[in-house]
Design a protein around this ligand. Sequence first.
Ligand code: S3P
Length: 429
Amino acid sequence: MNAVIKPAATIKGNINVPGDKSISHRSVMLGSIAKGDTHVTGFLTGEDCLSTIACFKKLGIDIEIDGTNVTVHGKGLNGLSAPTETLDVGNSGTTLRLISGILAAQPFSCRITGDKSIQKRPMGRVATPLSLMGGKITSENSEKLTAPLNIEGQHLKAMEYTLPVASAQVKSAIILAGLYADGITKITEPEATRDHTEIMLNYLGANIKREGNTIIVTPVKELTGKDISVPGDISSAAYFIAAALICKNSEVIINNVGVNPTRTGIITAFNAMGADIELINERIVCGEAVADIKAKTSKLHGTVIKGDIIPKLIDEIPVIASVACYAEGETVIADAQELKVKESDRIKTMATELRRMGADITETDDGMIIRGGNPLHGAVCESYDDHRVAMSISIAALGAEGNTEIKNPECVDISFPNYYSLLDSLREA
Ligand code: S3P
């Protein structure tokens, strides 16, 4: 059934959003290869992170889930065992990329795949650097290096590598492989990307250093399981920040959100558009910056978003596009060609669906140009089974004339179970 999103006059409330997806994935992966128990609170029980749990269970790790509390009974760096069946990552690119770095170094082989969208996502970006370390990753697809993959574990060599694209997933895969390598691995990234892997690894006893844009991984004998508190996901908070900015007389407070500086590009970009956003009660939890975020109705204008801010807001570009429709003047998004290889081609899918609602948008090779101020109207929109497209369209729908319908709306369960009911709970009559 389609989701029906009615326009909203005013949005008000004090909410919590589900746990950070990137940190939740890492808590299970790193907890599994640490020695002893890792107790995780605030875990995101979205489908992607449940796929990570399912994969590590098949690798012999005992994991208990009780609501958003997860206990991982880690077996140490060399404690994984050969799976008896294919590992299935579902829709999760993060699971597939990161786990490849671990599997490349195991004393066993395995097969790994995922859903239709995952089978289109580029894996050469991970297989190439891992093969330089001696890894053996082959694809069952003869034309493109995509899943299903067969990973034959090997003794890995340390290496120095410069990433051709700024990708935290690829960086993390190499860091994880580097934990098992025979020396010091150095990875240079073109622009700083999210550093949750580095932070959590060091929290569990690893030796990961950063010099400029180079990450230096020195292997340690063991990691140690610890308690991990996962903050709310700023990528999920972004929809409610956006809703408050574009609706009249609105104010939303989102408690306990991760504000790691490699993730707060959305706040910088919205501020550049004239947004009224405040970070309150800033603190550090398990090495990660956390704060409460207050956002209010704002008079927005266009801006230019490009260069090294892009990796810091890559997942928020769809919702920025929706908000830009309500800003005065032109918003230009450039250097964001990575959007084409996400769960959908987010340049094309967002431009197509916002245009269907009356927006004035030009797609470019590496982003889009949105001319704000065209009144939007309700429409029947595709989600392309892409959670961030569905949620971003629902935000554009709040300021539109008439109702908007979203097809296959349940794809939001990937990162945000109960999204629509939380959005509805903030509507003021
Ligand atoms: C993620 C990194 C980003 C992001 C994805 C999660 C991560 O992907 O888009 O949703 O957890 O490392 P890339 O690293 O491929 O840009």
